[in-house]
Design a protein around this ligand. Structure first.
Ligand SMILES: *Cc1c(COP(=O)(O)O)cnc(C)c1O
Length: 386
C-alpha cells in the first residue's frame, strides 16, 4: 500500500470532528413501506419511493447491460419504447434518456449555455444543477424565490449575453416547497430567456396526471425543457429530458453525459416502462400519498412541529443544530423509524432537519405511529420533559 497523504488524513479527520461522517448502511427495501437497515427492520421514511414502485417493480430475464453509448449501439428495443412512452406521458414532442437524473441535469445545462452566456440558478437547487451550471462555464447568478425583483434586474443586465437560462427545481428536495414557476415563466418570456425545470420530486406526485410541478402550475408549454428522474416515483433508475424535438435533437448530439456514457440498461428501461404504466393507470396511489401527507401535516401542527404548507410527499422538520438533528434521527431509529437527519452542507447552516419522505406504500396507521414517535422525540411531549 502507498503511504496515506497528509491531506487525506486531515480531510477524513475533519469529517469526524465536524460530526459529518456518514455510515455505509446496507439497506434492503421491504414491502409495506418497511426496510431492513443493517439487519434491523424499520418503517422507512428515507426513500424517495413516493408511489411504492421501487418496492413493487421486478424484471426477470432482461439484459442488465446496454453494451454501448446510445449514439453507437446502446438503444435497445426497451430504450426506444421508453423514449416514445415518456414523450407521450409528458405530452411533449420528444424525450431523451440519460444514465441518471444527475447526468441529465449536468449534461443538459452544460450543453445549453457556455462561456459568455448567463445562468440564473435558484439558491436551493439540487447539486446536479449546480454542477451543470459550473461545468457550462457561463456566468452564474443565484436567486431566491422571495427576491424575484433581484432576478428581474439581473436578467435585464444580462440582455447582452447571447443566451440566458433560468434553472430551478420544481419541488425543492430538502423541504418539499414548490418553485414560483408562473412568475419564473413570466420573467423568462419578458427577458427572452430559456427556462429548465427539474421535476425529480414532481414526477408521479404532482399534477392531475402526475407529470409534476409544471403540470400543477399550468406552465408545461411555457417551460423550455423539463428534466426528470426515473429513480424516484417511477421506481427504476435513469434520467430524462423532455421538450421540443429541435432541442432534443440538439441534446442528442451535444449532451456529453449522454453521448459519452453507456445507455440506460434494458432492465432499467423495462422497469421504467412498467412504472409509467402504473402512474398513468393507478392515480389512487397518488391520491393515497396526498392523504397521508395531509394527515402527517395535521399531526405535525398539533405536536408543535410546523412544516411548509405544500401538498407533496416531502416533509421537513427543521431543528437547527446538526447534533440535535442526529439525536432526533437516532431517537426515532430506536423506536423503529428510519427518518434521515439532513445537515449542512446539504442544507444551509443552522437549518439541520429531519427529512420525512412519504410513500404510497405506507398506511395511515404508519403515519399515526410516526407522529407519536416524533411527538415523544422532538414534539410537545419532548418539550414538556425539557
Ligand atoms: C435525486 C435528484 C436528482 C438526481 O436524480 P438521480 O436519478 O438520482 O441521479 C436530480 N435532481 C433532484 C432535485 C433530485 O432530487
Amino acid at each position: 500500500m502507498t503511504p496515506e497523504p497528509d491531506w487525506l488524513t486531515d480531510a477524513l479527520r475533519s469529517l469526524e470532528t465536524d460530526d459529518l461522517v456518514r455510515p455505509h448502511r446496507e439497506v434492503e427495501l421491504l414491502p409495506s413501506g418497511r426496510c431492513r437497515a443493517d439487519g434491523e427492520v424499520l418503517l422507512d421514511f428515507s426513500s424517495n419511493d413516493y408511489l411504492g414502485l421501487a418496492r413493487d417493480l421486478r424484471q426477470e430475464g432482461i439484459a442488465a447491460g446496454a453494451g454501448a453509448s446510445p449514439l453507437v449501439s446502446g438503444r435497445s428495443p426497451d430504450y426506444c419504447r421508453l423514449e416514445k412512452r415518456l414523450a407521450a406521458f409528458e405530452n411533449t414532442d420528444a424525450a431523451l434518456l440519460f444514465p441518471t437524473g444527475f447526468a441529465a441535469n449536468t449534461g443538459t445545462v452544460a450543453a445549453l449555455v457556455g462561456p459568455g452566456d448567463a445562468i440564473f440558478s435558484h439558491a436551493d437547487n439540487h447539486a446536479s444543477l449546480i454542477d451543470g451550471c459550473r461545468l457550462s462555464g457561463a456566468r452564474i447568478h443565484v436567486f431566491t424565490s422571495h427576491r424575484l425583483d433581484q432576478l428581474a434586474s439581473k436578467l435585464g443586465e444580462a440582455s447582452g449575453a447571447p443566451r440566458r437560462l433560468i434553472v430551478t427545481d420544481g419541488v425543492f428536495s430538502m423541504d418539499g416547497v414548490l418553485a414560483p414557476l408562473e412568475s419564473l415563466c413570466d420573467l423568462a418570456e419578458k427577458f427572452n430567456s430559456m427556462i429548465l425545470v427539474d421535476e425529480a420530486h414532481g414526477t408521479g406526485v404532482h399534477g392531475a396526471n402526475g407529470r409534476g410541478s409544471c403540470e400543477l402550475a399550468g406552465v408545461e408549454d411555457r417551460v423550455t425543457l423539463r428534466v426528470g428522474t426515473l429513480s424516484k416515483a417511477v421506481g427504476s433508475t435513469g434520467g430524462f429530458v423532455v421538450g421540443d424535438s429541435r432541442f432534443i435533437e440538439y441534446l442528442w448530439h451535444k449532451a456529453r453525459t449522454q453521448v459519452f456514457s453507456t445507455a440506460l440498461s434494458p432492465a432499467s428501461c423495462a422497469a421504467a416502462l412498467d412504472g409509467l404504466e402504473v402512474i398513468a393507470n393507478e392515480p389512487q396511489r397518488r391520491e393515497h400519498l396526498e392523504r397521508l401527507a395531509g394527515r402527517l401535516r395535521d399531526h405535525l401542527r398539533r405536536i408543535n412541529l410546523p412544516t411548509p404548507s405544500t401538498t407533496g410527499a416531502i416533509l421537513p422538520v427543521i431543528l437547527g443544530d446538526s447534533r440535535q438533528a442526529i439525536a432526533a434521527a437516532n431517537g426515532l431509529r430506536d423506536r423503529g423509524f428510519f427518518v434521515p437527519a439532513i445537515r449542512p452542507p446539504t442544507v444551509r447552516e443552522g437549518t439541520a432537519r429531519l427529512r420525512i419522505s412519504l410513500s404510497a406504500a405506507h398506511s395511515t396507521d404508519d403515519i399515526d405511529q410516526l407522529a407519536d414517535a416524533l411527538d415523544f422525540v422532538v414534539g410537545t411531549e419532548a418539550q414538556k420533559r425539557d
